[in-house]
Design a binder for this molecule. Structure first.
Ligand code: ATP
Length: 327
């Protein structure tokens, strides 16, 4: 029995005043719903916190992220997944992975994006040990800041910016996994008993306000206080990795990192051979108070003003960028 003030959409009862919005959302979501059977699933590329990623085919090569359904077991979680997907479809920027659609019918939840053919910055920096010269570092950082500035202008927080989520394809940066942190959190399998599961290499991207709100008995659905400024903090860490080839607080146990970051201590930069301007970017992004961190527009301005080394050019050889760090 539906009352005069209610509408039923997707099996839910909604107050009539919200129904127009909800019907609209539900119709526009349908446009992005890919029937699972239409996907040709190929080899597994890798596994992350929220499930497995496969190479696949759907009107061309795609990456298919299949969610670990163990944790998506109620209506509320499913709605949250749909909401996250709805933010994804608003993005059109050359430095952001192309969202193509999603399978939204349980038990098969998956996100379909363009397939990145390059390597992640994580692979280039930490596994291949490629060296990025200053020009290359700046160009890569500018593209990350452009993609992130666009996301923030659209009101979307990344929440998980890290070198594992940044691809480099023929010199072009492609950022992935934005806005999916809550889904990741819902699907994570890192938790052991009552303790807080900390994936390796995750802590050094967390701003002090996030680190200070972590606690051992964190509830699955408890939100961390993410904001635009916490994305900027993570960008600072990516800038450090590009410059140094390693993570800040390298080799230190999680408790030591949590304690230092929570107290406002930073990775010392004495051994980093870089100009004042370059180090200032780190200090700004890693500011203890979120309000002191620059936004991506200001960062782009700062990056643009960094002195550019002139590249050796002979009449017979056009400008040549070191390809050592290119994929
Ligand atoms: P975490 O879960 O901690 O974020 P992760 O980033 O490695 O770790 P996923 O994002 O699930 O986890 O990715 C798993 C693997 O799939 C990684 O090797 C990643 O580089 C790869 N991958 C993810 N998205 C794409 C894509 N669009 N194109 C190609 N490979 C991808």
């Amino acid at each position: 029995q539906v009352s005069d003030t209610e509408t039923i959409t997707d099996g839910h009862r909604w107050p009539r005043q919200n129904s127009v919005c909800i019907i609209f959302l539900s119709l526009s979501m349908r446009e992005w719903d890919i029937p699972y059977d239409e996907l040709q699933i190929g080899d597994e590329i890798g596994a992350g916190r929220f499930g497995k990623v496969y190479r696949g085919y759907w009107h061309g090569d795609v990456a298919i992220k299949v969610l670990n359904m163990e944790y998506v077991n109620d209506e509320k979680t499913l709605e949250q997944f749909k909401m996250e997907v709805s933010t994804f479809r608003k993005t059109r920027h050359e430095n952001l992975v192309l969202f193509m659609g999603a399978c939204m019918k349980p038990p098969r939840l998956a996100i379909v994006t363009s397939l990145s053919k390059g390597n992640t910055l994580y692979t280039l920096i930490h596994l291949r040990k490629d060296k990025f010269n200053m020009n290359k570092t700046t160009i890569v950082a500018q593209q990350i800041a452009q993609g992130m500035g666009y996301l923030h202008a659209k009101g979307i927080l990344h929440k998980d910016l890290k070198t594992k989520n940044i691809f480099l394809e023929n010199g072009k940066v492609v950022i992935t996994d934005f806005g999916l942190f809550s889904v990741t959190k819902l699907c994570h399998g890192n938790r052991k008993g009552d303790s807080l599961g900390i994936p390796p290499g995750w802590l050094c991207y967390l701003a002090p306000e996030l680190v200070r709100s972590l606690h051992a008995h964190q509830a699955h659905n408890e939100d961390l206080p993410f904001g635009k400024a916490s994305d900027v903090y993570a960008f600072g860490t990516v800038w450090y990795e590009l410059l140094c080839g390693e993570w800040p607080f390298k080799g230190q146990p999680p408790e030591a990192i949590i304690w230092q970051v929570g107290k406002g201590m930073k990775q010392p930069l004495a051994n980093l051979q870089a100009s004042r301007d370059v180090k200032d970017i780190l200090m700004l992004c890693w500011s203890f108070h979120a309000k002191d961190r620059p936004d991506f527009i200001r960062l782009l301005n700062i990056l643009d003003k960094l002195p550019k080394k002139r590249l050796a050019r002979s009449p017979s050889h056009p400008i040549h960028l070191s390809r050592s760090a290119e994929s």
